[in-house]
Design a protein around this ligand. Structure first.
Ligand code: SAH
Length: 234
């Protein structure tokens, strides 16, 4: 039901995202979105993840507030991060910061197996409900409540890791849990950016080389909520 609703709005949003992707191709290295990412954005009903009061804005290409002072990311950023992760069938992807669950749903739609960790317990519970109701349940999407900075050692290694909250540096546990040849995508920069640009944060893609070292590509300016210790958000 939800998937057949508001398709036209999703198609229009996708066209807008593709325009932004072309404009930022030089910085991101992505000349276009892979087909699996286009299909995923066109399918996932973003209106099921926003607050009821934001229903009319669900298909605008911008971040929106969710409960507990957190956000649902801008669709263009979700699409770019999904593409940078190399998301696709059979890929095992760890997400840090489930929030409302929209990014996890987009990753799952590409055919990836998603592990996602959220530090705020009520957000973790409501994301689980939303995802389950839309059919993005276990074993395609596995959720955990806890501190994502520790990663998910029992499920490692991951083909890609997507961090949806900002940090000054990549948490070392996450680098260890990334497979060789894999990519970790994260917003690097100060914890509390100004609400407007420039926030001081940069989206980075960190590639794990065959000798275990990391190569970091600095891509585009972004503004994410901070990666925090458990208990800091209530
Ligand atoms: N992925 C979301 C956006 C996430 S907002 C989307 O689909 O749009 C960032 C989320 O990271 C918030 O929900 C915040 O509570 C969470 N977060 C912050 N620090 C964290 C940590 N240490 N571990 C796990 N989640 C964390």
């Amino acid at each position: 039901m939800a998937f057949s609703q508001r398709r036209g709005e999703r198609e229009a949003l996708l066209a807008e995202i593709e325009g932004d992707v072309r404009e930022t191709a030089r910085q991101t290295g992505l000349s276009r979105l892979p087909d699996v990412v286009r299909t995923a954005i066109a399918r996932v009903p973003r209106h099921c993840f926003v607050r009821p009061s934001d229903d009319a804005h669900a298909y605008e290409n911008r971040a929106l507030p969710i409960d507990h002072g957190q956000t649902i990311s801008q669709p263009y950023i979700v699409a770019v991060m999904t593409a940078l992760c190399g998301a696709g069938p059979g890929k095992r992807i760890l997400e840090i910061g489930t929030g409302c669950g929209y990014q996890a749903a987009v990753l799952a739609e590409t055919g990836a197996v998603v592990y996602s960790i959220e530090v705020v317990p009520p957000l973790a519970r409501s994301a689980a409900q939303t995802l389950e109701a839309l059919g993005y349940g276990s074993p395609d999407v596995v959720l955990r409540e806890g501190d994502g900075r520790q990663g998910w050692p029992e499920a490692a290694p991951f083909d890609a890791i997507l961090v949806a909250a900002a940090a000054e540096r990549m948490p070392s546990a996450l680098g260890e849990q990334l497979a060789v040849g894999g990519t970790l995508v994260f917003p690097m920069g100060p914890a509390y950016p100004r609400r407007s640009f420039p926030s001081g944060q940069t989206l980075c893609a960190v590639d794990k080389q065959s000798d275990g070292s990391f190569r970091t590509r600095k891509l585009i300016p972004v503004a994410f909520v901070p990666l925090v210790a458990p208990g800091r958000i209530s």
